[in-house]
Design a protein around this ligand. Structure first.
Ligand code: PDD
Length: 287
């Protein structure tokens, strides 16, 4: 396999030649923000929305956007064109750049570091869609600005590892008796045929896939309520789904080793999964 080409600070180069200084604040503090953009048949999915969320994250950490959307699209387009896969996951990050010494306060002159790479998009195996996945739960012990897509993901990594240690796919998070999200996904519940979506707040990431799911529900007439979902409701739901750019939508069929609903992917999930695949197919045809 060829070494993939990446973008670093204005230049395209093989990944194994890309170097970041150790004084980069992304390395020292996790002081940066990122996006993960799925690409189907070399077409970035929801690029405008991802770039809009990136701008929101940059605003929240008080870092100027180094590029216009047009320039982002050009650089991303080249990374996508040069990659060897048709379906890709494009990762981009912007950090607050390199300082002369380690200092929590922002440098006086900030030159952000910008990195873009592409990996093969590994959509979930068919068995995960048809049989569902197992999840564990944990207390959401992250900070209070989970709406920022920050590169400082230590809490998310520790929480995801709980799932991996238990042989599961995702960790479902609860804070103060409410469902928030997964360690790296949005979570939905279904009760009596109604899709329950935790409302956006500073405690969850505004998911791009979350918005797609709500749009598809609206388009196809599925009843949706956007509101706080309690832990008790989530545990007693008929269906629980996770959604993210890399996993699309997947049914959670066990939580902490106990069956969720019927313990099988539910009928509302199967509908949504069909709508999602149809929607992607339309996109791939260029419509
Ligand atoms: N994560 N919530 C969290 C905490 C996430 O990390 C993600 C995605 C989502 C779903 O957002 P979206 O639909 O825009 O992908 C929700 C990405 C995939 C990641 O960190 O790799």
């Amino acid at each position: 396999m060829n070494v993939p080409r990446v973008f670093l600070n204005g230049e395209f180069m093989p990944a194994d030649e890309a170097r970041v200084p150790v004084m980069d604040r992304g390395f020292l503090f996790g002081d940066g923000v990122y996006e993960v953009i799925p690409v189907y048949s070399r077409r970035p999915f929801r690029l405008v929305e991802h770039l809009r969320r990136l701008q929101g994250s940059l605003n929240a950490i008080r870092l100027d956007n180094p590029y216009t959307d047009e320039i982002w699209a050009t650089h991303i387009g080249r990374i996508v064109a040069e990659a060897e896969w048709d379906d890709q996951s494009v990762y981009l990050q912007v950090t607050r750049g390199t300082d002369t010494k380690r200092n929590h306060a922002f440098p006086k002159v900030v030159v952000p570091s910008v990195f873009i790479m592409s990996e093969a998009l590994s959509t979930p195996p068919a068995a995960q869609r048809s049989e569902g996945i197992a999840a564990v739960s944990a207390v959401d012990n992250r900070w209070l600005r989970c709406d920022i897509k920050a590169t400082s993901l230590l809490a998310n990594c520790l929480l995801r590892q709980l799932a991996v240690d238990a042989g599961c796919v995702e960790t479902v998070l609860f804070r103060d008796g409410l469902l928030t999200e997964g360690s790296a996904s949005s979570i939905f519940a279904v009760k009596d045929g109604v899709l329950l979506a935790p409302q956006k707040s500073h405690l969850i990431l505004p998911g791009i896939t979350y918005d797609v799911v709500l749009e598809l529900a609206a388009r196809h007439g599925l009843a949706v309520v956007v509101r706080d979902v309690t832990e008790i409701e989530a545990r007693g739901a008929d269906e629980l789904w996770l959604a993210s750019s890399t996993k699309e939508v997947l049914p959670i069929v066990t939580l902490d080793g106990r069956p969720l609903g019927s313990g099988r992917p539910g009928p509302v999930y199967r509908q949504m999964a069909d709508w999602y695949q149809q929607f992607k197919a339309t996109l791939m045809r260029g419509a």
